[in-house]
Design a protein around this ligand. Structure first.
Ligand code: SAH
Length: 217
């Protein structure tokens, strides 16, 4: 068991060095958060064997969904400049891994997942890891989470065809939102709210699962 844990810790260290060298991730807080979160434990047990949790690719988590490639998690987290105490809304909890990285940075995380089994899985793993500053809700992200709005940061890990206006409304003044937008062709978009105006910037081309409405077909 000890040997296994050491090997995983080493793989995690190598993942972080790869993010630094290959992808030029430079925010030490983000790198150290990703060094501290046991990514492999967020992959549901049936998918964990041979999953290569620390490789440079997404990993299946069931229900046709994936845990994002480590670079995407690092890049979005770094770009959003998450600070301790920030109130963050995540759309698409999936495995709970991205939420755990945000929590490790000291954010107060509210995360919504539409697949009940994944929401339950994420809740369990986060609790087992002793991560307390994340609240998971099973529901449709298109509604946002009005009870806890406004949010300093909104991060989307599934792609709507267009930015849902409700999410812009739930963004705090000075807040920033990052999410993939599009259909088969998607771009990451960053929206910043300043003096009630929204400034939009297009970023990397990406490929996320679609943000579905009201349930999976
Ligand atoms: N952030 C996740 C990766 C999520 S994959 C992680 O770290 O593991 C995208 C997730 O978005 C999937 O689990 C999918 O079920 C969920 N999803 C799709 N449409 C949604 C919607 N309308 N509301 C909430 N979650 C949604």
């Amino acid at each position: 068991m000890k040997i296994h844990d050491d090997a995983l810790e080493q793989a995690r260290g190598e993942m972080v060095e790869f993010l630094r060298v290959r992808y030029r991730i430079h925010d030490e807080r983000v790198l150290s958060a990703m060094k501290n979160v046991s990514r492999h434990l967020f992959i549901p047990k049936p998918f964990r064997e041979n999953s290569d949790a620390y490789g440079d690719h997404p990993c299946p988590i069931g229900f046709g969904q994936t845990i994002s490639q480590p670079f995407i998690v690092a890049y979005m987290t770094q770009t959003l400049a998450v600070q301790a105490g920030d109130k963050v809304l995540e759309i698409g909890t999936g495995s709970g891994y991205q939420a755990a990285v945000l929590a490790e940075l000291g954010a107060r995380v509210y995360t919504i997942e539409i697949v009940p089994e994944l929401a339950a899985h994420a809740k369990t793993v986060l609790a087992e890891q002793g991560i307390r500053n994340v609240e998971v809700r099973c529901g449709d992200g298109y509604a946002g989470w009005p009870e806890h709005a406004p949010f300093d940061i909104i991060i989307g890990t599934c792609a709507p065809e267009e930015v849902p206006p409700v999410l812009i409304e739930q963004l705090a003044e000075g807040g920033r939102m990052m999410l993939p937008v599009g259909g088969r062709v998607q771009r990451l978009q960053i929206l910043r709210k300043r003096e009630s105006r929204v400034v939009l910037e297009e970023d990397l081309p990406v490929r996320f699962v679609p943000m579905v409405r009201g349930g999976l077909e």
